[in-house]
Design a binder for this molecule. Structure first.
Ligand code: CTP
Length: 424
């Protein structure tokens, strides 16, 4: 595989050679493994360098992190460590291990093992290859389970029949790799996957683990394709029993993607959007507030995520109808949209296609959201207004007047606060 390694981007190639050199110095057997090897063969960029050490992975990671002068986080219980090389580049280090599942769908019990055992515990053949980068045979591919053949034949194949029973989150991983690389889950794997769905295996997994897999899926390039496949193969009962997406919801999710592309192209300077959250809200669009609350709790969503979800759910028909009118004062548009997050605004823009509503949201992003008043607390103080919550009220009145075009210059703002200050 030397020729593949040679083609890596320079910063990753340097890293691989440094790991190799450290392995030689320490006289330790070290291998590139997992998704990194898969993507190396496919020619896909991958900035997570995954290595397995036959022996003490944490001690090797410590030595490597010193040479790299990089931060190290280790998990003694699992014999793993992560080295943060750069914000976008990390090395996952693991000690070669054997896994044993005490109960289906539970986390495995880990013990040290050989490289073969370590590869055998993995999800799919395409993720179970290794490349030696130690002293012996630098660049040799180790492929016990015909992963390279499956890569070329574009097949997702499990290594043993209990794979989905041991770890049902692999159901989602199979779909993720299938759709990401345009592969096919091969027939026997598909049959076993369906059987494990029938055995309700997804309900036996800790919901947070399902949430993590779902988030990974919703972060992929074309989430709609993945969601359709999940509904077809596994159903969406794992989110809420009986949840089944209608054509309308699929259209909404499709439209969400378009809105995201529009937003990123039009406002590259605005803050990044939590894209997965938008799609997740889209998926559960038909559910009630109560069901949504229960889902937030079950999946242990973060407070900020839960807040945005519930805020969206609480938007009333009256609110929408009001903002669907053609003639709405800018200050009203601002008051309506300002408390909502960008994620919710994009959801609303995807859902309510009326011309006037679309214009109001665009105007909000383009004009109203960035509008600032020119007066300050200093000006209010000069007029003898005592500092306190009243300042905020006055600023808000001036901003509304500015949004509605009643005041334009600083002098006009000052004239207005003189008027308001008299009242206060
Ligand atoms: N793995 C597994 N079973 C899982 C999760 C991970 O066997 N449920 C193994 C696979 O060999 C995988 C490796 O651990 O290649 C690393 O996992 P992860 O980083 O989650 O996935 P990647 O394969 O690197 O995929 P991605 O490109 O999505 O990061």
């Amino acid at each position: 595989m030397k020729e593949y390694l040679e083609k890596l981007p320079q910063e990753i190639k340097d890293l691989v050679y440094l790991i190799s050199d450290t392995a030689c110095r320490e006289d330790t057997a070290v291998y590139l493994v997992g998704g990194f090897v898969r993507d190396l063969i496919l020619g896909v960029k991958n900035l997570d360098v995954d290595i397995v050490v036959e022996g003490d992975g944490i001690s090797f990671a410590e030595k490597l992190s010193v040479r790299l002068n990089a931060k190290l986080v280790s998990h003694k219980r699992f014999g793993t460590a992560v080295i943060m090389v750069k914000p976008h580049l990390k090395i996952d280090v693991a000690s070669a291990r054997n896994e044993h599942y005490p109960k289906p769908a539970h986390l495995p019990i880990v013990s040290s093992g050989t490289l073969r055992e370590d590869l055998y515990r993995r999800d799919f053949t395409i993720n179970a290859m290794a490349i030696s980068i130690g002293r012996e045979a630098f660049g040799r591919l180790i492929d016990f389970f015909c992963g390279k053949r499956d890569l070329f034949e574009k097949k997702i194949r499990i290594l043993h029949n209990l794979s989905f029973i041991d770890d049902p989150t692999r159901i989602f991983r199979a779909i993720r790799f299938e759709k990401r690389y345009n592969f096919k889950i091969e027939p026997l794997t598909l049959k076993i996957l369906k059987e494990s769905v029938k055995l309700n295996m997804l309900h036996k997994v800790q919901p947070q683990r399902l949430r993590e897999e779902l988030i990974l899926i919703l972060k992929e390039e074309r989430p709609l394709v993945y969601i359709k496949r999940i509904q077809a193969l596994a159903g969406l009962d794992f989110i809420k029993p009986g949840l089944c997406l209608s054509k309308k919801t699929y259209q909404l999710i499709g439209s969400l993607k378009k809105q995201l592309v529009w937003f990123k192209e039009t406002y590259p300077q605005k803050r990044p959007i939590d894209e997965w959250l938008i799609f997740f809200i889209g998926i559960i669009d038909s559910l009630t507030i109560k069901d949504t609350q229960a889902i937030c709790k079950k999946f242990v969503l973060r407070l900020g995520e839960e807040k945005r979800l519930l805020l969206y759910k609480e938007i009333s028909r009256k609110f929408i109808l009001n903002l669907c009118r053609e003639k709405v004062r800018p200050s009203e548009i601002f008051a309506g949209f300002e408390p909502l997050s960008y994620e919710i605004l994009l959801l609303l823009k995807a859902k309510y296609k009326g011309k006037a509503f679309q214009k109001h949201i665009k105007d909000f992003f383009e004009i109203y959201n960035g509008m600032r008043i020119l007066i300050s607390g200093h000006d209010l103080g000069a007029l003898g207004v005592k500092p306190g919550p009243v300042y905020q009220k006055i600023f808000s009145k001036v901003l509304n007047a500015k949004l509605d075009g009643i005041v334009k210059t600083k002098d006009e703002e000052l004239a207005l606060i003189r008027k308001i200050a008299k009242i206060h």
